[in-house]
Write a protein that binds this ligand. Sequence first.
Ligand code: HEC
Length: 165
Amino acid sequence: MVRLTNGKSRWMVLSAAGLAATAFSLAAVTAPTQVRAADAPNPEGVKLFEAKIRPILAENCIGCHGPDKQKGKLRLDTREGLIKGGLEDEKQIVVVVPGDPAKSMIIEAINYKNEDTQMPPPKKNKETGKTEDKKLTDEQIKDMTEWVKLGAPYGEKPVEATKKE
Ligand code: HEC
């Protein structure tokens, strides 16, 4: 009787350790794979970024959202900056939801849908005194939307401004 109890409890201890070991090795095997899958930039997205998005950002955004100026405390020259978002009244503003352009403020802003945030912002023409909108072309907006849908990946190098603001 005593031996049986001992034997049983020893088995239970062993199996608990075994389960823990199994769970541990499973976690060790699955966790890095999951992280890698989530972080791996979509190759098609990176291609689109280099071909179309880098030049759009360089020409239209980085002068105000890069190393020189950070309007709205937002930087768009790296993906870290994009993901970090902006700051308004000390509050963090999410500007992109990778994979979901409909929920991404950056896409709303370039579509000039909301009068409060139109990017690039309309600008007063010094000669005519008229305010002109600086809206991107339909094709550029389409490319930016597709890029966010593909997870908004960047390339290896930060985006450098081709135009100062
Ligand atoms: C002439 C300067 C200027 C340029 C160029 C510019 N922005 Fe902005 N941006 C601002 C300012 C100022 C704000 C913050 C106040 C506001 O919302 O108007 C801002 C805010 C934003 C925000 C919201 C985050 C926040 O903190 O309010 C997004 C998203 C954004 N810009 C994206 C862009 C994109 C994308 C481009 C290029 C297509 C761009 N901006 C070009 C000046 C600029």
